[in-house]
Design a protein around this ligand. Structure first.
Ligand code: CP
Length: 308
């Protein structure tokens, strides 16, 4: 299989990837789904992928590790807690240390927007953004596109409603770019305090009536209320949030039969999604996690092994 010319040796954002790159990675993901590409089985043999997680994660970190191992690579995992960062080592020196250990690729999560891009300027191995501040989470957007595509086919013309903390969400930022790139119509619904300042420039519709929007949508994508990024009082209370913005069973009844319920995880049960809703057949949250391994295999394969 020939490598698409994606213009960069890193994966830092969906916009840098472009429509051609996005479609190519979704194509590779589909090739990994169900069966291995024969030439990919040992694609990362002799290669080392380092995960550098300066912010907590379960899904992203473990799925990068699983993806590396599926392709016969080695994984070095470094979390901020327990690393020499607690003795004052800088991120630059930490990166240098990982390179000295013959790392072939860095997967970076950081609470500061732009940290993976800065690291990419220091090194000559591929850097993958595994989530930076409120900025971007490109592999999450890829796995979400793939999950929607595997249920509903081509995203072109689909209606996707994103509900919740748009303001602080790197997932929303990356997903909106990716969904629109694939031709979906994206709308958002959120408390006014959790909308970004320049929403007009995002090319999305702002929903006023939640129930009507639920009736029309093909996908409802719920965002986590990010208590850790809220240094001001953005919400009166979580109970209040659930009352007006949470997907309750009563609200889920407005959805069409085929409509998907999605959430990047981790979920706040009883806040953005009710327990019974998370268990519905159309709630594909665990499938999103499983697809995360396939998507990350595709990304690693593309950056480290795919032929030009
Ligand atoms: N969706 C997501 O990024 O989850 P983690 O924080 O567990 O990686």
């Amino acid at each position: 299989m020939r490598k698409a010319n994606l213009g960069s040796n890193n994966l830092l954002s969906i916009s840098e990837l472009g429509s051609q790159g996005l479609k190519h990675l979704l194509f590779l993901t589909a090739s990994f789904d169900g069966k291995f590409l024969p030439e990919a089985q040992n694609a990362l043999l002799g290669k080392t992928v380092a995960t550098l997680f300066w912010e907590s994660s379960t899904r992203t970190k473990l799925s990068f590790e699983a993806a590396t191992k599926q392709l016969a690579g080695q994984c070095l995992n470094l979390d901020k807690q327990g690393s020499a960062a607690s003795k004052g080592e800088s991120i630059r020196d930490t990166v240098e240390t990982l390179l000295s250990l013959r790392t072939d690729c860095l997967v970076v999560r950081h609470s500061s927007s732009g940290a993976p891009s800065q690291i990419a300027r220091w090194v000559d191995v591929p850097v993958i953004n595994a989530g930076d501040g409120c900025n971007a989470h490109p592999t999450q957007a890829l796995l979400d596109c793939y999950t929607i595509q595997s249920h509903l086919g081509d995203l072109a013309g689909l209606r996707i409603l994103i509900v919740g903390d748009i303001r602080h969400s790197r997932v929303a930022r990356s997903c909106i770019v990716a969904f629109k790139m694939l031709g979906a119509n994206v709308s958002v619904f959120a408390p006014p305090t959790l909308l970004p300042v320049a929403l007009e420039s995002w090319g999305v519709e702002l929903v006023q009536d939640y129930n009507t929007a639920l009736e029309r949508t093909d996908v409802v994508y719920l965002l986590r209320v990010q208590k850790e990024r809220q240094d001001e009082a953005f919400l009166p209370s979580l109970k209040e949030y659930n009352r007006f913005y949470g997907l309750t069973m009563a609200r889920a009844k407005f959805l069409k039969d085929h409509a998907l319920i999605m959430h990047p995880g981790p979920i706040n049960r009883g806040v953005e999604i009710d327990n019974e809703v998370a268990e519905l057949e159309n709630a594909v949250l665990t499938e999103q996690v499983a697809n995360g391994v396939l998507v990350r295999m595709a990304v690693l394969y593309h950056l480290l092994a795919e032929e030009n």
